[in-house]
Write a protein that binds this ligand. Structure first.
Ligand code: GLU
Length: 305
């Protein structure tokens, strides 16, 4: 039996460096939404990217989230342990191998009728013979094919608590990565598959995350539908941006918890998060949980000053 039980929310950081103020604010929001609606709350370490992820980074992120006062239900799920589940899901989906390099895609995507940002479909309808010859060429070049979803729906509609109904393209998203066999990421499971399989497995029916991921929600909800999982409700929250309007990044200064509170007094950081959510003067997450009203959540990006 699964150790997980829904209904649940989650926070799912990628362990490739310390979380910055924007990540921490989104984590607090995910926790607030889950707790206020009586859900369980899970942490999921999205460490499938074997080139960028590190165990040390995952540990530091979890320490920071705990130091801030976020509490979660056990156990923490690590995506690097979930290969068998992803393989099972992949086998249940309509898929095809894709032999394209990034450059092939760029070139095909600049053709007159190509849809911007979408896979141009080069490998979708190859004959068996074409497939065999591309596969053997790839083999000689020391490359692995990617595996793509053979999407049967051009678009899908999701429900977002802040954005209402949002319809977006599904696209033949990558489910397993290709690349040169000597690259660390070749053969890695892809985010779009892992996120859906794990949300389903953990009983996550409330996905709170940054609104940079809104455009990927339709493909993910479609995948959930194909795999027989209930489609989650979404809350895509505005990001924290720098004064220039770019998404907050490490280069914007002292943005991580450890940089913002080198003496280990995290109250000012909690205060800053609370202020950014419309509750100035609130200094603990327990007080914030009392004060927070989802309906009052600012709809504009928060500018880091
Ligand atoms: N791991 C992703 C990130 O850190 C978040 C994925 C999600 O919440 O669906 O950006």
């Amino acid at each position: 039996m699964s150790a997980f039980q829904g209904p649940a929310g989650r926070y799912a950081p990628s362990p490739s460096g310390d979380l910055h103020f924007g990540n921490l604010r989104t984590a607090v929001l995910a926790w607030l939404f889950a707790r206020q609606s009586g859900r369980r709350f899970y942490m999921r370490v999205e460490d499938i990217d074997s080139e960028r992820s590190s165990e040390e980074s995952a540990q530091r992120q979890l320490e920071d989230l705990a130091a801030l006062g976020i509490e979660w239900d056990d156990p923490v799920l690590y995506q690097h342990e979930r290969g068998a589940a992803y393989a099972e899901a992949l086998a249940a989906l309509p898929t095809y191998e894709c032999y394209c390099t990034r450059r092939d895609i760029r070139e095909a995507a600049s053709a007159p009728h190509a849809q911007p940002g979408m896979y141009p479909g080069t490998c979708r309808n190859l004959t068996d013979q074409e497939r065999a010859s591309r596969r053997s060429l790839l083999h000689t070049e020391g490359r692995l094919p990617a595996v793509r979803l053979k999407a049967q729906a051009p678009e899908w509609t999701v429900r977002d608590a802040l954005r209402g109904e949002y319809t977006g393209a599904v696209d033949d998203v990558i489910l397993k990565r290709g690349g040169r066999v000597d690259q660390a990421q070749a053969g890695d499971w892809a985010y779009n598959l892992a996120v859906v399989v794990d949300d389903g497995y953990q009983g996550v029916d409330q996905v709170v995350r940054g609104d940079d991921l809104l455009a990927s929600a339709p493909a993910q909800a479609y995948l959930a539908h194909l795999l027989g999982y209930a489609e989650p409700g979404y809350v895509h929250v505005p990001l924290v941006v720098s004064r220039g309007g770019r998404r907050l990044a490490k280069r914007d200064g002292a943005v991580t918890l450890r940089e913002m509170a080198p003496d280990g007094d995290y109250r000012p950081v909690v205060e800053a998060i609370a202020a950014s959510l419309g509750h100035p003067g609130v200094g603990t997450l327990a007080e914030l949980a009392q004060a927070f009203e989802p309906a009052d959540l600012p709809r504009e990006p928060w500018v880091w000053a």
